[in-house]
Design a protein around this ligand. Structure first.
Ligand code: GLN
Length: 232
């Protein structure tokens, strides 16, 4: 307690802003934009907080939460048991999953079993990286960001990328990569959550409440439709 009315309540958000359409930088303004950014801004507003977004590497988000450098991580982060030991997660706010991306002219990889022994690119510290490491005899290369993994595919340095399906779809549809395609069924189902520090259970509860309110008011649906062009 003891807050004076002049003190603006600030919510410090960490994100890896290279994961369109969830978080990326506007080419001109360099501002952080995306589904996650709109969602956390709406959540902050609902809670009476001013949201400040800070960019960082994906694998730096949980350490930053643990060190108290940020209050929450909003970064297309999948809720996993492993991460749940280190941070709190909000209720799921988006259902995702992994998928395979190959070059348009690749006829050899059609589904998961074809990945055996292949060269794979993934983003470091992600569920896609964990998944790739389980593929028999595959040679896995980890990149700092998803776009770097896609670039390596384009350059022919790897045979496939394993990454979140909605991000793969956006990459192929929006960033003009006509030379890439998604193959096979989604590899799994994952839920994204907003991560907060383990000790900050009050914040986690407030976020869940705000998320629930935004779902009830229709605000969540509006943000979803803005970025995905359809209702959730
Ligand atoms: N959803 C994936 C994960 O949590 C990838 C997230 C990301 O790269 N921003 O590991």
């Amino acid at each position: 307690g003891g807050k004076t009315p002049q003190q603006a309540k600030v919510l410090k958000i960490g994100t890896d802003a290279a994961f369109a359409p969830f978080e990326f930088q506007d080419e001109k303004s360099k501002e952080y934009i995306g589904f996650d950014i709109d969602l956390i801004k709406a959540i902050g507003k609902q809670m009476g907080y001013e949201v400040k977004v800070q960019g960082m590497g994906f694998d730096g988000l949980i350490p930053a939460l643990e060190a108290g450098q940020i209050d929450a991580a909003v970064s297309g982060m999948t809720i996993t048991e492993e991460r749940g030991k280190k941070v709190n997660f909000s209720k799921p706010y988006y259902t995702s999953g992994l998928s395979i991306v190959v070059k348009q002219d690749n006829a050899a990889i059609k589904e998961f079993k074809d990945l055996e022994g292949k060269r794979l690119a993934v983003q470091i510290g992600t569920t896609g990286a964990n998944f790739a490491k389980k593929v028999k005899d595959a040679k896995v290369r980890e990149f700092n960001t998803a776009p770097e993994a896609f670039l390596e595919l384009k350059a022919g340095g790897v045979d496939a990328v394993i990454n979140d399906l909605p991000v793969n779809e956006y990459y192929i549809a929006k960033t003009g990569s006509k030379d890439a395609k998604i193959v096979g069924k989604p590899l799994n189902s994952e839920n994204y959550g907003i991560a907060t520090a383990k000790k900050n259970t009050e914040l986690a509860q407030k976020i869940d409440k705000a998320l629930e309110d935004l779902k009830k008011s229709g605000e969540y649906d509006k943000i979803y439709e803005k970025w995905f062009g359809r209702k959730p």
